[in-house]
Unconditional design. Structure first.
Length: 370
């Protein structure tokens, strides 16, 4: 147990009561509570459809399938991300094209996308990593120029905005995660958002064993081969209560992040990542760049402060560098840099200013070698 953990899920008495209600109802699988979560999400994002799924990973797979992406197609992803962003491309039989990221924002390099596009490119899966929104001015230019689709891996970015539009309403299809490391959690789970009726209907059918979603009084028809990516009422109950408090939780997060920024002002040898111009960060993770990261991470953990790396550089992993269905375009030097230097600090809804000060003071003393 850490004295100051990296994250703490928002589990209040209200959340527990809602879960108990579901248990008492006996209706445990996907049902009205799942739909309540979908509606809350759809209204919050301001999109036409929100479809609950078992995880961000299965949601990304669903999105690729809805767009008909498969063998022979190429999909561009950033090198610096969680492996799921790329794995799903291989899972549907398509080829992963990995490009570098920007060193300051840690997001996909827009020029590198241009260089990696071929006639086979069907989509990009850019990642709004750690809650930093993507530059849709640049992405939409690429999309329109090459007639490709954008599936946003928005696992980390519920609440982030770009030019006052919420993440989840900007891409063709966006996919969020409810893993406990994320800002809103259901244990495991995810949400797919889109404005396209046809894709939404297809995804709803595919995640329900290929069932057609017709009038309940009609006989069930299985229109296609499908699978089961339903999110249970039981899990959704946890998310519903959190979503009812999303604005205040987000505001709190923002204040906590600002507090870190203030505390870090005078700390030498630390650089803060940049937020996309025109965007508002949602701080799923509060990251800094620091030299000698691994050593500092170890020392902080040893005294009870749980810090973590940012995420992974895919090209370093066998799954992607020893794979005939992966193409790496470019040197990945920025990805390598952020992989080695990014450190995530503890951040959760009820971390106290005092705890934040302890984190930064400790970091400072370690950094100075005191
Ligand atoms: C957490 C995360 C995922 C995976 O989400 P799951 O819901 O666990 O499948 C994918 N991409 C990114 C960028 C993530 O941070």
């Amino acid at each position: 147990m850490y004295k100051i953990p990296l994250i703490k899920p928002y589990i209040t008495q209200e959340v527990k009561d809602k879960v108990i209600d579901v248990l008492d109802s006996g209706y445990l699988t996907e049902g009205p509570v799942t739909h309540e979560l979908e509606t809350l999400f759809q209204e919050y994002i301001g999109c036409t459809h929100a479809i609950a799924v078992t995880s961000c990973t299965t949601g990304l797979e669903l999105a690729l399938r809805a767009l008909g992406i498969g063998p022979g197609d190429e999909v561009i992803v950033p090198d610096y991300t969680y492996p799921a962003t790329a794995s799903v491309v291989n899972i549907v039989g398509a080829t992963v094209v990995i490009v570098d990221v920007d060193q300051q924002t840690m997001l996909i390099d827009y020029d590198a996308i241009q260089e990696a596009i071929t006639e086979k490119t069907k989509a990009i899966i850019p990642v709004s990593l750690f809650g930093n929104p993507l530059d849709y001015g640049k992405l939409n230019k690429i999309k329109n120029q090459h007639n490709i689709k954008i599936i946003e891996d928005a696992a980390c970015s519920l609440g982030a905005t770009y030019q006052d539009k919420k993440v989840g309403s900007l891409a063709d299809i966006s996919v969020f995660s409810f893993h406990p490391r994320k800002f809103i959690t259901t244990g495991e789970g995810g949400m797919v958002t889109t404005d396209n009726d046809e894709w939404a209907a297809w995804m709803n059918s595919y995640k329900h064993f290929g069932m057609s979603k017709s009038d309940e009084r009609q006989a069930i028809q299985f229109e296609r081969v499908g699978t089961n990516y339903k999110l249970s009422n039981l899990q959704a109950a946890i998310g519903v209560v959190q979503m009812q408090h999303v604005e205040e939780l987000l505001l709190k997060r923002y204040q906590l992040a600002e507090n870190y920024v203030g505390l870090l002002k005078n700390v030498s040898n630390i650089v803060l990542p940049q937020t996309t111009e025109g965007g508002v960060h949602s701080y799923q993770s509060f990251c800094i760049f620091i030299e000698n990261r691994d050593e500092i991470m170890r020392q902080l953990r040893d005294i009870g402060i749980e810090v973590q790396i940012g995420t992974f550089a895919l090209h370093k992993h066998k799954a992607f560098n020893d794979n005939p269905f992966v193409r790496v375009v470019g040197s990945m030097k920025n990805s390598q840099y952020v992989f080695e230097n990014c450190l995530t600090l503890p951040l959760f809804h009820d971390i106290t200013p005092n705890e934040q000060e302890i984190v930064i003071k400790t970091l400072e003393s370690k950094d100075l070698g005191i």
